[in-house]
Design a protein around this ligand. Structure first.
Ligand SMILES: C[S@@+](CC[C@H](N)C(=O)[O-])C[C@H]1O[C@@H](n2cnc3c(N)ncnc32)[C@H](O)[C@@H]1O
Length: 886
């Protein structure tokens, strides 16, 4: 990757964005050429600086545009073929794992100069392209993670690792770092073993964002003592962490295989160093906590060592605890606080210690415990301030916000377990997410469901009571939600060709770190499956509790043992279970925060980073798939909300969409293929009852011919004049499109089996668009067309079955949910235009009810999402919003 950037910088052209790198990796020759053209047109920032200094000759001037494009194209093509080279090397290594070959020891001097050269290369690259440059790493194949205990393994030296590629089972390597680390997406270290033999070690998932070289040096200073559990000697050890030049060394896929040692560790007993040990790593206290190791008192508490590590003051401990919270490590902070209390280094009931305990518990979602700790802190503070008042000092400021917040969360947590979240709570979530908040202060609500084994589909969630449409089934926050950041990384899976982007890579690292910090998350996270090619973790077989243990406990702090976390398993968990916001929903406004799993396929594409799914919501991840779901699932920041779409009986399995059910059967099948199951849902069964010829004819019309007509429809509708100004020519244009769409509706309809019934989702877009044209010259026909659209996605119109119904629908649609809501509002508006106010109000009421069932949050959320359309409807209903909502 750096060669690519360097080549482009040398030419003086702009560097590709991360999205462009992803496109390049997935592109063919033609699109590579287009990208080359585009890059050749942009000037690098270095070039721009030169121009400021009146440098007269830009790259274009010097080479001519065509030559420059050719040069860029050659660099891009070279980059793509280097990926092929990496892939071949990777496959060779995978194949050789069973038959490793002898390796010659690399002389110390050669190892040193190789590391030094790589370090200089990396420094130069940072100087040229900046720390935030796009980084490329590779993945795929087996990931190695040791689950053994160091105490039960034997120590080996570098000289004993004579075969490559090979995992040295039941053994560990002890090294002392002797050079500055190389930082990329992971780090590359150079260590010497006690005999003085050198070995290069590359570690993945060191931090969510790449460490600067200063941060890397603070985490891995020269002199640091490390144990590497069950080291994997690889032919190309840097491929996952620091893809510099291929070379033999130790590849650490899971950072939990690295253990920081102190001089007193058992692992170092009887170790004689060929060269004398220095005084040990000199490192600032803060930096010791930025990586996976636990701070001193936590380690003392867990290992039962004879004397606790010294601190110069309790303030120093509190400062460290603060820093641990800044680095999102509440588990380590809790263990350190427990250690400090046990060693008598902080006063158990000191206000600062209680305050920080409150914050730790809050982060671990133990709101009741947090409220208790904050209130104790307040009590002590109160006592202190009365003393100060007596002595004439001004009392310290009292901040009660945290206490109040914890109390209200605790109260809501207690009530939410019984009562579903109210409409106003949903609207708060919606507007908080709209204002940009991503990690929301919502709590888990688990509706009437339980986990059960589902024949042929693993586990699933089953309803324990009958529910009505709109009933909230789940409201759950993600574990460690990650969003993209300025630092961009691209990962290519050399085995499957998949390309992952920053937030996916961050999510994987963040989850590994979260599990190390808070082992109580193991069951919810590792209890998820990781796709058909990886065996179940030991946690999958355990009974899945619906109410997950969250809070830290003292016993837990004392028995803390760092869990092994296999990076590949976490990657699988994310790929097969994570949800995330999909492209924007089909409502008229684009500013709303909401995104749903069921969206129109005709929606504009979001930037790649937003469209990829990265959030594990442990319990909702147990929901199985149906292309014709019985719940709607929407996302507000990191909160997932599932609500029943229909009246469902106790014993029914709750099913939601992994892929959009409104897409053609073949597309759904292809998208689900990674899961390795045949979907046999209601919709797939209907589709399978059509002949294969009819299915492919339908797919051909919908994907091949229809988009052009829909685009024409969009353009004609956009050019629409004020109704008073519309003339015959305009009406003719609308009639033309409506007629064309009618023809399509007929042709698509003919591909469905006759006995199929109303559910024909491929017709939705055709009917809905046709209705928009009819609305201009024949409102009654437009209403009929919208009704057909609604029926095509599973809605049942009440007048046909139950004329006495309160709503115009007796069953909500299952697909195209936002499109269907728009259709309902259109019908209301059309009835108003036909001066049929009763029908108009009934449909407005129905839309409000349907929106409440699908999303919730009341009329303010509906208004925010459907803006002018909703306002139109209200105006035409004489502004009677109250009447509509009741
Ligand atoms: C997100 S998990 C759902 C929970 C999973 N059933 C379990 O036991 O952990 C996704 C996996 O569930 C299984 N699955 C989901 N929907 C299914 C369906 N309709 N039929 C069969 N298997 C299904 C597939 O193995 C899929 O990869």
């Amino acid at each position: 990757m750096d060669d690519l950037l360097k080549g482009l910088l040398n030419l003086g052209v702009g560097l590709p964005s991360t999205d462009q790198v992803v496109e390049l990796l997935e592109s063919d020759v033609k699109s590579t050429q287009s990208l080359a053209q585009l890059l050749a047109l942009t000037t690098s920032s270095a070039e721009k600086d030169d121009n400021n200094h009146n440098n007269p000759s830009s790259a274009v001037d010097l080479m001519g545009a065509e030559l420059l494009t050719d040069a860029v194209n050659a660099i891009l093509a070279n980059f793509k073929s280097s990926i092929d080279g990496a892939k071949a090397a990777f496959q060779r290594e995978e194949a050789q794992l069973d038959k490793p070959t002898k390796v010659k020891a690399i002389p110390r001097k050669a190892q040193l100069s190789k590391h030094e050269a790589a370090l200089v290369r990396m420094r130069n690259m940072s100087a040229l392209a900046g720390h935030d440059r796009t980084r490329l790493v590779f993945d795929g194949g087996k990931s190695h993670c040791s689950s053994g205990r160091l105490a039960r393994m034997r120590r080996i030296g570098v000289a004993e690792m004579t075969l490559v590629p090979k995992v040295y089972r039941d053994a560990y390597l002890v090294v002392r770092l002797i050079a500055e680390p190389i930082s990329y997406q992971g780090v590359q270290l150079l260590g010497e073993d006690p005999k003085g033999d050198l070995i290069s070690i590359a570690i993945s998932h060191v931090s969510c964002t790449p460490l600067t070289s200063h941060e890397a040096s603070c985490n891995f200073p020269t002199g640091t003592l490390l144990a590497v559990k069950e080291p994997f000697l690889s032919l190309d050890h840097t491929v996952r962490a620091v893809p510099s030049k291929p070379g033999i060394g130790v590849r650490v896929d899971s950072p939990t295989d690295i253990i920081f040692l102190s001089g007193e560790d058992e692992a170092l007993r009887d170790v004689q160093w060929a060269t004398p040990l220095n005084s040990g790593p000199a490192v600032a206290l803060d930096h010791r906590i930025t990586w996976l190791r636990d701070p001193p008192l936590a380690a003392w508490l867990a290992n039962g060592a004879p004397s606790p590590a010294p601190y110069s003051s309790s303030q120093e401990i509190l400062h460290l605890l603060e820093r641990l919270l800044v680095f999102s490590r509440p588990g380590a902070a809790w263990r350190e606080l427990c250690g400090a209390r046990k060693a008598g280094l902080v006063d158990d009931r000191a206000k600062d210690a209680m305050e920080i305990e409150g914050r730790i518990r809050y982060l671990c979602e133990d709101f009741l415990g947090a409220a208790d700790a904050f209130s104790e802190s307040r009590r002590v503070r109160g006592a202190l301030s009365s003393q100060s008042a007596l002595s004439g000092h001004s009392p310290p400021a009292v901040d009660d916000a945290s206490l109040e917040k914890s109390r209200s969360q605790a109260a809501r947590q207690a009530s939410l377990q019984k009562d579903p979240p109210s409409s106003s709570e949903i609207s708060s979530l919606y507007f908080a997410a709209s204002s940009g908040a991503r990690k929301l202060d919502a709590r888990t609500y688990i509706g009437p469901v339980e986990v059960r084994d589902i024949p042929g589909a693993g586990r699933g969630l089953i309803l324990t009571e009958d529910v009505e449409p709109g009933r909230i089934i789940l409201l759950c926050r993600a574990v460690e939600p990650q969003y993209s950041s300025a630092t961009q990384c691209v990962r290519v899976n050399l085995e499957m060709g998949l390309v992952s982007t920053t937030s996916q890579i961050r999510a994987q690292t963040a989850l590994i770190h979260a599990l190390v910090d808070r082992p109580e998350l193991q069951l919810p996270v590792l209890g998820l499956t990781a796709g058909p090619s990886l065996p179940y973790s030991e946690w999958v077989r355990l009974p899945y509790p619906l109410h997950l243990p969250r809070a830290p406990s003292v016993e837990h702090a004392e028995s803390y043992e760092r869990p092994p976390v296999d990076a590949a398993y976490i990657d699988g968990v994310l790929r097969f279970n994570a949800f995330g916001p999909s492209p924007p929903s089909a409502c008229t406004r684009s500013s709303g925060s909401l995104s749903s799993t069921s969206t129109s396929s005709s929606q504009p594409r979001r930037p790649l980073e937003d469209g990829r799914r990265t959030m594990p919501h442990p319990l909702p991840a147990l929901l199985n798939h149906s292309c014709y779901p019985n719940v709607s699932t929407t996302f507000h920041g990191d909160v997932l909300l599932s609500r029943a779409l229909r009246r469902l009986k106790a014993g029914t399995e709750v099913l939601h969409q992994y892929v959009q059910g409104e897409q053609a059967h073949a597309v759904r099948k292809a998208q689900l293929s990674k899961h390795d199951f045949q979907c046999a849902c209601y919709l797939c069964n209907l589709d399978m009852s059509d002949t294969p010829e009819n299915r492919s004819e339908r797919a051909r019309i919908v994907a091949g011919e229809l988009p052009a007509v829909l685009e024409r429809s969009r353009v004609v509708l956009k050019m629409r004049q004020e109704p008073s100004k519309s003339d015959d020519r305009e009406i003719e244009a609308h009639q033309d499109v409506a007629e064309a769409l009618e023809g399509f509706a007929k042709r698509i309809d003919e591909t469905y089996a006759e006995h199929r019934g109303d559910v024909r989702p491929d017709l939705f877009d055709v009917f809905h668009s046709r209705a928009a044209h009819l609305a201009i010259y024949d409102q009654s026909a437009a209403i009929q067309c919208e009704l057909s659209a609604l029926r095509s996605v599973g809605a049942i119109v009440a007048v046909e079955t139950r004329p006495d119904s309160q709503h115009a629908l007796s069953q909500l649609p299952a697909l195209h949910l936002d499109g269907a809501l728009t259709a309902m509002l259109h019908i209301s508006r059309l009835f108003a235009q036909l001066t049929q106010p009763t029908q108009s109000k009934s449909w407005a009421r129905t839309a409000a009810w349907a929106h409440e069932c699908i999303v919730g949050g009341g009329l303010c959320v509906l208004q925010d999402r459907f803006g002018s359309l909703w306002n139109d409807v209200i105006r035409l209903c004489d502004g009677d919003e109250e009447a509509i909502s009741t």
